[in-house]
Design a binder for this molecule. Structure first.
Ligand SMILES: Cc1ncc(COP(=O)(O)O)c(C=O)c1O
Length: 395
């Protein structure tokens, strides 16, 4: 038996490693406070669960679903895009339900990238853009996201010889891990750039509903001509606390949506129908949960920022998304700082370098931590600083 050499380049997924470290600490009987994964701690809203339970009891929903999803779900997605972003979508040709955005992000590489092709990928970024590119024999070209440019890539800095081989441009706003946002001017420029260089734009947008201080994130599809050049990935994971149900969508360009639908119909058998009905309720039912959840996240963001400032870590207040992106103290790499926090005070943060080399010097803290743990975690962060100060005085 031989495992494909392809597997040699596949490193363990970021969170698998982090969860292993947490499990080791817990096995020693230590309590760990985790600011790691962006997995909402607040339950899925009651109306959605109610619909899921009802639908699960209906034998009609016990069969293989269609990969393309229920027509009612595709319509609910199109209606939601119309209401939320004033974007019109053809529910049959421009909408494809997914088993979570991650699944679509992984599979779309099969539709767009051949061996030796280049995908333009932000750095730092959600790891799956690079992983899916490499698994199909493509090469990532990293576009640095830096604080100085508000974490927007400098498209004009991409060398011409790279652009000749580039097929895909990956973007993600509101951004994980930096918390940055993009406006319509930026997206209009992206459409022009994609036309000029014959690129498919894949915009990953699962955080558009998690926003603060009255800010309303935009969709890439609001840009003029966006549907001619690309698609947007979205998800119910973060908007409606549905990470565990695994449901998302790709919307936009008919050719890419058609190709992705074809790949999926050959590789998977769709989303369990009861979950599709729950998603219809989420998208079409009361949206009151969004503001309620955002108020909780905003309060947590502000509490975290206050403590980080007290202990000398600089971070900008994110306008959207589930994360605080903070500079590590002088003298530490992001990995050293994250390890020190875990060893000294049992607090888990994600080292920025896990999202790419440009994440060096930063750590990411998630806002999806229950209030009681949050308070404990922040107290421990303050204690870490007090210990360091005491040690310094002793020297
Ligand atoms: C930028 C980004 N895209 C996609 C996903 C995955 O979303 P889903 O749960 O729909 O697979 C995440 C999850 O953390 C994410 O941060």
């Amino acid at each position: 038996m031989r495992i494909s050499p392809r597997m040699e380049s596949l490193k363990p997924y970021l969170f698998v490693e982090i969860n292993k470290k947490i499990a080791e600490k817990k096995a020693k009987g230590e309590e760990v406070i985790s600011f790691a994964i962006g997995d909402p701690d607040i339950p899925t809203p009651e109306n959605i669960i109610e619909k899921l339970c009802q639908a699960a009891k209906d034998p009609e929903n016990h069969h293989y679903p269609e990969t393309a999803g229920l027509p009612e779900l595709r319509k609910a997605i199109a209606d939601w895009y119309q209401r939320r972003f004033s974007v019109s979508l053809d529910a049959d040709r421009e909408v494809l339900p997914l088993i979570g955005a991650k699944e679509g992000i992984a599979h779309v590489a099969l539709c767009l990238i051949d061996s030796g092709d280049v995908a333009l990928v932000p750095n730092p970024a959600y790891p799956v853009y690079v992983i899916s590119t490499e698994l199909v024999g493509g090469e990532p070209y990293y576009m640095p996201l830096t604080e100085g440019r508000n974490y927007l890539p400098d498209l004009d800095a991409i060398p011409e010889e790279v652009l000749k081989r580039a097929k895909v441009l990956w973007l993600n706003y509101p951004n994980n891990p930096t918390g940055a946002v993009a406006n319509l001017d930026f997206f209009n420029g992206v459409v022009r750039f994609a036309r000029q260089h014959d690129l498919a734009v894949c915009h990953d947008a699962p955080y558009t509903e998690v926003a603060f201080d009255g800010y309303q994130p935009v969709s890439f599809l609001q840009a003029d001509g966006a549907k001619d050049v690309g698609i947007e990935f979205h998800s119910l994971s973060k908007s409606y606390n549905m990470t565990g149900w695994r449901i998302g969508m790709a919307v936009g360009n008919t050719d890419i949506i058609g190709a992705l639908g074809s790949i999926k119909s050959n590789l998977d058998s769709g989303i369990p129908q009861a979950i599709q009905y729950a998603a219809i309720e989420a998208l079409g039912g009361s949206q009151e949960c969004i503001a309620r959840h955002n108020a909780i996240y905003q309060r947590r963001r502000d509490l975290i920022l206050e403590v980080l400032e007290d202990i000398g870590l600089k971070a900008r207040p994110a306008k959207a998304g589930l994360y605080v992106w903070a500079k590590v103290p002088k003298g530490y790499t992001s990995m050293e700082f994250a390890s020190d926090l875990l060893q000294q005070v049992g607090v888990v943060v994600i080292p920025g370098v896990g999202y790419g080399s440009n994440g060096e010097g930063y750590v990411r803290l998630s806002l999806t931590i229950p209030d009681a743990s949050l308070v404990k975690g922040l107290t421990r962060l303050s204690a870490w600083k007090d210990n360091k100060d005491r040690l310094k005085q002793k020297k």
